[in-house]
Design a protein around this ligand. Structure first.
Ligand code: ADP
Ligand code: ZN
Ligand code: ZN
Length: 746
């Protein structure tokens, strides 16, 4: 018998594996990365299977692998199985999923790791005759004494901080008394932080019930029983995080690992610190993965998990692929968040993948939110998920009082310019400033003006590369496209009619900051958005300053909407609740409801009661009215009724097929061909729409056209789409993408 491996080569689009033999003495496991010859070239691939076969059964001789990238497999058996599931469901190649699962420095011919030169003794310390190092050689003696009690010291430290000369070390090396070695170093941006342990809190009744449910689920799983995912619906400030923390503590006590997913935007330093503090004793066993890490730092955190040094992972979307072997719990916080969906191939939804991974690896999964996604809510209504609820805020704090301001009236009253601050909001801020309390103002649009236009001829500044308007950024004095990033100088006169009376229309956070500084001259105001927070650690520092009450008013975008906890904030203002409400997407209402509830939830989290002021031009919209009354269940009921009526998710799965090309006619023609083929090949119970231009018809210079398919059975639909796609070849300058369960309709 000989050992052979099946290898999926990097870059393979068709999931076909090649078989190689394994030389004696080389150990290989599934998930390991190997170097192999392929058509006389050197390639890299991932081992998917290891088998023993009878050489007599071979019709041709196998080539051996050239070697392994590292001694250990990078993917666990669980992850390999998960990758196949994802590939089938989201119509991606298995190889593309593997690539997503691995940090970049691990994907090459060798794992790229950072090393450092270290100095160590080359002989045992008892064998050194210190007497001989006197006089001229005294310095060399000092080097040896320094190294006597430690394993090694980095060369940089020896010659820097400790002040030894390179030449004494070199002489000792020549005498064979010390040795230089390369040591692997771990890049950890939080390594220097000292965390003070925060003890577990005594749970209130609702929290205790919830934790019990999770632990019971854990126990049932250990006994080999099947369990359902748990949906935790808990209002903002009900103490969900405390439940997660205690559930994780138990998981760790049992010797198992845990993954906590947090939306990127909520993965603020505050969240990370909360976990590091609770587990301060085992601080190094907590890996944190967020997008501000460098590639190297990300790799090193992943390595810690792979080496089983870290057993708790907190991270955004891709952390769901952490190579934890003995998984005991997966938590998905703010499970409704759209950022769990990846918008490049593989287009997976991390919350859904959490449920699948938990099922495959037999562990409990807890999805938490104050505004559950309608998908999860419907799953609990249908009995597929267990529901636990926490309706009370901690210490029976009241949910904030929400006032709705009708900006149509306000605009009439204020007359000049767009009404940015209503009278009510202005007075409310003044009151907070007098009382030394803090205010958060929220506007989901950055920049100074939404666009610029000419009142004489109707000209609007559009992006040259996209069918969208350009946003004015005043500090940079640029018009910027928020879709493709293209920027240009704002025209001083109308390019169409040469009029000078060009206007700013609509407003963004930059403008609000300017207005606030004028109105509240002495207030300390800080803006938080991607333009203002460009430097590393700037967000961390700003939030700390806000916590320390060094800032009175925080004005910001999404960045401050989620997960923040500041007890002294008693006022939250939502400047324009209508941003995002009127886009052509069936989820617009759901998103607005979620956002209003989440932002409002930042108020009144301390001793003092909170107030929320919502400015809107559509005060009677159901999303706004239900949010005002903190009525998630009412909102869900009426929204689900509508979704059912119009066959929208969660009652069906949707697949969005988009065709893009710089040539408009070719994109359109390709889509029509595809549509005709689909119509022919797809069974009647799968709904197929007519081909249409995408809502954003041109983006990054590419024209976009789309069709939608709908069916309650996602996998069946995916199989049919796959068959049709396989049977067609597309022109080189046309790109066809399929998005299963899309979050943006284009
Ligand atoms: P949520 O995630 O539901 O919005 P948090 O977990 O942020 O709520 O909890 C809000 C605040 O209440 C936090 O400051 C937290 O430390 C505190 N808290 C949570 N549980 C308890 C408890 N059982 N006793 C006292 N304080 C608690
Ligand atoms: Zn004009
Ligand atoms: Zn653009």
């Amino acid at each position: 018998m000989i050992r052979v491996v099946k290898v999926l080569i990097d870059g393979a689009t068709n999931d076909l594996t090649f078989t190689y033999s394994v030389p004696d003495g080389v150990s290989v496991q599934p998930g390991q990365r190997v170097r192999v010859p392929l058509r006389n070239r050197k390639s890299i691939g991932t081992v998917t299977d290891v088998e023993s076969i009878d050489p007599a059964s071979l019709k041709y001789s196998l080539k051996p692998i050239d070697g392994t990238v590292s001694d250990d497999p990078f993917l666990t058996p669980g992850l390999i199985e998960l990758a196949h599931w994802i590939a089938g469901f989201y119509l991606a190649s298995v190889e593309a999923v593997f690539r997503t699962m691995l940090p970049k420095p691990s994907r090459g011919e060798a794992e790229k790791r950072k090393t450092e030169k270290h100095v160590m003794l080359a002989v045992s310390k008892g064998d050194i005759d210190f007497e001989q190092f006197s006089g001229r050689l005294a310095k060399q003696g000092d080097v040896l004494r320094e190294l006597r009690e430690v394993e090694s010291i980095s060369l940089a430290r020896m010659t820097g901080e400790l002040g030894f000369s390179r030449s004494s070390i070199k002489s000792l090396e020549e005498k064979g008394l010390v040795r230089l070695t390369e040591k692997i170093v771990t890049r950890d941006p939080l390594a220097e932080m000292e965390y003070v342990e925060s003890a577990a809190l005594k749970l209130n009744d609702e929290q205790a019930i919830c934790l019990k449910e999770v632990l019971a689920s854990s126990e049932r799983v250990s006994r080999g029983e099947k369990v359902k995912p748990i949906l935790l619906y808990g209002v903002t400030g009900s103490g969900k995080t405390e439940v997660y923390l205690q559930a994780i503590e138990k998981t760790i006590e049992e010797g198992k690992g845990a993954i906590v997913l947090v939306p990127e935007i909520a993965l603020t330093p505050q969240t990370a610190d909360r976990f590091k503090q609770r587990f301060a004793k085992i601080q190094d066993e907590v890996a944190i993965l967020h997008s501000n890490l460098s590639e190297g730092e990300r790799h090193d955190e992943w390595r810690k998990v792979l080496d089983q040094k870290a057993r708790i992972v907190i991270g955004a979307r891709s952390a769901i692929f952490s190579p934890i072997t003995n998984l005991g719990l997966i938590v998905v916080d703010e499970e409704h968040e759209n950022s769990y969906k990846q918008d490049i191939v593989p287009r997976y939804q991390a919350r859904d993948i959490a449920v699948v991974r938990a099922h495959l690896e037999k562990c409990p999964v807890l999805l938490g939110s104050a505004t559950p996604s309608l998908e999860s809510w419907q799953n609990s209504e249908a009995g597929k998920y267990d529901l636990v609820t926490m309706r009370q805020r901690i210490d029976d704090r009241k949910l904030p009082l929400i006032r709705i301001i009708d900006m149509r009236q306000e605009a009439r009253r204020q007359q000049s310019g767009p009404a940015i601050l209503s009278l009510k909001l202005r007075e409310a801020i003044e009151k907070r400033l007098e009382n030394g309390e803090q205010t958060i103002l929220f506007l989901n649009r950055r920049g100074f003006a939404k666009n610029i236009l000419c009142p004489e001829c109707g000209y609007v500044a559009n992006c040259r590369h996209c069918t969208t308007t350009m946003t004015l950024h005043r500090k940079d004095d640029r018009l910027i496209c928020h879709i493709c990033g293209f920027s240009q100088l704002p025209p001083r006169r109308c390019p169409e009619c040469d009029s000078r009376s060009i206007l700013n229309a609509g407003y963004g956070t930059e403008r609000v900051e300017e207005v606030l500084r004028k109105v509240f001259e002495t207030a300390r105001i800080t803006r938080v958005d991607t333009d203002a927070m460009r430097k590393k650690n700037q967000l961390r520092d700003t939030l700390s300053a806000f916590k320390a009450k060094k800032i009175d008013i925080l004005i910001g975008t999404q960045m401050i909407a989620k997960g923040l906890h500041f007890p002294n904030v008693t006022l939250v203002g939502i400047l324009n609740a209508d941003v995002g409400l009127h886009i052509p997407d069936f989820r617009a209402g759901e998103r607005t409801f979620q956002l209003l509830t989440q932002v409002a939830g930042r108020a009144g989290r301390g001793e003092l009661e909170g107030e929320v002021i919502v400015q809107t031009y559509t005060p009677h919209h159901p999303s706004i009215q239900f949010a005002r009354h903190h009525d998630f269940e009412g909102f869900a009921e009426q929204e689900l009724m509508m979704r059912r009526q119009f066959s929208h998710p969660p009652f069906v799965h949707v697949a969005l097929i988009t065709v893009r090309s710089v040539h408009q006619e070719r994109a359109e023609f390709t889509l029509k061909t595809l549509h005709a083929r689909m119509k022919h090949a797809i069974p009647d119970d799968i709904v197929l729409t007519e081909p249409l231009p995408s809502p954003l018809v041109k983006s990054h210079d590419q024209w976009r056209f789309q069709i939608l398919l709908k069916s309650p059975q996602a996998r069946k639909m995916a199989r049919h789409i796959h068959e049709v796609m396989k049977s067609l070849t597309f022109p080189d300058d046309v790109i066809v993408t399929v998005d299963v369960d899309p979050y943006s309709l284009g």
